[in-house]
Design a protein around this ligand. Structure first.
Ligand code: PMP
Length: 358
């Protein structure tokens, strides 16, 4: 059995050792005679899984007291709406527009009728090829929303801005646990699990509890307070995804935690970027000071040659390298579980392609 060199942006590659544990425990989890998929979410076995998952995530990210960790559903896309529903108090919010997902977040706030939405900085005019300069903001906002890593465009904030009178809400879907962050810099962090954490269907929310002491009446499932009060067990949670997430957290901790992950990710991204820089046919559309280490786009500048590369790469076993339909070209998504050897093989393939086509 050969595992593919899978560069998918999400759902994405998971650690092989985690998949092996899942396979081993599939028919009978810890002598229970059933898989985690078949188990009551009210059983003590499952309660232990969700508690351990939370503890491990707290440890890995250094999540302080006063922040709640929630295991929800609906994807990061639902958080585009839940964040404003739960956090808007005065009605004034700010957004930094760094890409397609940021735009969707803004659009949901508009649909909800948030009265005052300021886009405080945007790189849309430049095709989102860099993170815009972030202005100093002294005014009070209920929150200012950023996308720490822009999955489609391949850019990432290199430092997290600080605003004196506004907490930051961060969409961390494509680099949670891949970059090192201080949770204290954020009021709310959310991320779909399907890139760095586990199967699709699970969304992680980390929220500073004192931000949501509002008097609002919201539908129960859309109210963070419901999930806080019930330790993410108000209704049936995505139990299998939480179980796999727990295994991924254990894998990450055994490897040395987020610091070690950052080291490995920088090594992988460094190798790929060097190959692009030294290439006579591939270029990076992204400003050097805005580069993501998890999603790396590259182009030849010729659509037909791009398509040829993707086709030949696919035939050689390098899968899902086609760039997002909105930007074209190629994109290698190399999250935590993507091995260095796979990136090395890709760079060798790129050099061979260049020698042939260049
Ligand atoms: N935000 C970012 C940065 C993403 O990369 C994605 C998914 N690719 C989303 C939001 C949407 O996530 P979901 O599909 O979990 O709703």
């Amino acid at each position: 059995m050969k595992r593919a060199r899978n560069f998918s942006a999400g759902p994405a590659i998971l650690p092989e050792s985690v998949l092996e544990i899942v396979q081993k425990e599939m028919l009978s989890y810890r002598d229970s005679g059933m898989s985690v998929m078949e188990m009551s979410h009210r059983s003590s076995l499952f309660e232990n899984i969700i508690e351990e998952a939370e503890q491990l995530l707290r440890e890995l990210m250094g999540i302080p007291e006063g922040y709640k960790v929630l295991f929800l559903q609906g994807g990061a896309s639902l958080q585009f709406a839940m964040a404003p529903m739960n956090l808007v108090k005065t009605g004034k919010v700010g957004y930094i527009n760094t890409g397609s997902w940021a735009k969707k977040a803004i659009s949901e706030a508009k649909i909800l009728g948030v009265p005052h939405i300021d886009v405080l900085a945007s790189s849309e005019g430049d095709g989102f090829t860099h993170i815009p300069e972030i202005p100093a903001v002294d005014e009070a906002y209920d929150y200012i929303h950023i996308t720490t890593n822009n999955t489609i465009e391949g850019t990432a904030f290199q430092t997290i801005p600080r605003f004196v009178n506004a907490p930051i809400v961060a969409d961390m879907s494509s680099n949670i646990l891949s970059n090192l962050y201080d949770v204290n810099d954020f009021g709310l962090i959310y991320a779909g699990a399907q890139k760095n954490i586990g199967p699709a269907g699970l969304t992680i929310v980390i929220v500073k509890e004192d931000l949501i002491q509002t008097e609002k009446t919201l539908p129960s499932m859309l109210d963070y307070r419901t999930h806080i009060k019930n330790d993410s067990l108000y209704n049936t949670p995505p139990s299998f995804a939480i179980y796999v997430a727990k295994l991924v957290f254990e894998w990450l901790k055994d490897l040395g935690g987020v610091t070690e992950m950052v080291r490995q990710n920088e090594e992988k991204a460094g190798l790929l970027y060097r190959t692009i820089e030294e290439s006579s046919i591939f270029t990076s559309p992204i400003a050097v000071d805005s580069r993501s280490i998890t999603n790396i786009p590259f182009v030849t500048g010729d659509k037909d040659l791009d398509a040829k590369f993707v086709k030949e790469a696919t035939n050689a076993g390098f899968l899902n390298l086609k760039g997002h339909r909105s930007v074209g070209g190629m994109r290698a998504s190399i999250y935590n579980a993507f091995p260095y050897e796979g990136v090395k093989e890709l760079t060798e393939f790129m050099k061979a392609f260049e020698a042939k086509e260049g």
